[in-house]
Design a protein around this ligand. Sequence first.
Ligand code: CA2
Length: 149
Amino acid sequence: MAKILVLNGPNLNLLGTRQPEIYGSTTLAMVETACVDHGKTLDMAVTCFQSNHEGVLIDAIHDAKGIQDALILNAGAFTHTSVALMDAISSVELPLVEVHLSNIHAREEFRHKSFIAPVALGQICGFGPQSYLLALDALALHLTAAGRR
Ligand code: CA2
């Protein structure tokens, strides 16, 4: 069974509790449960982790090497700033899908730049919590095509 780590970055622990007009009313716990459940339908074992700290996220990416088959990352605002996260992703050579709840390209200019996109398989944004489930679908197809499951 393929192992997938779903990583969430800063402030995403607040999902469903503030700014529902932008990020909706679904909590992070609900998103994570949906990922685990959807993963089961795809024969994938999904583990979830959230941190507000850049270094902790980097450690989680490093620790995934040799353990996980692929990653899903919503790096939050670090998406637009973090060369360090980009380097960590490159270093582990694991397939990674970048996700966002909102369509970052339809928002402020500073959100259009992603340091994650160049080292990701692809980016899924704008579908709310469904973005994560679409990312699992994409990884299921990718890992099958690559003969890794
Ligand atoms: O749309 C996304 O998923 C984002 O990654 C969310 C980040 C934002 O900085 C990115 O540009 C796009 C912000 C996450 C903050 O999440 C909150 C959720 C509820 C209340 C407050 C913040």
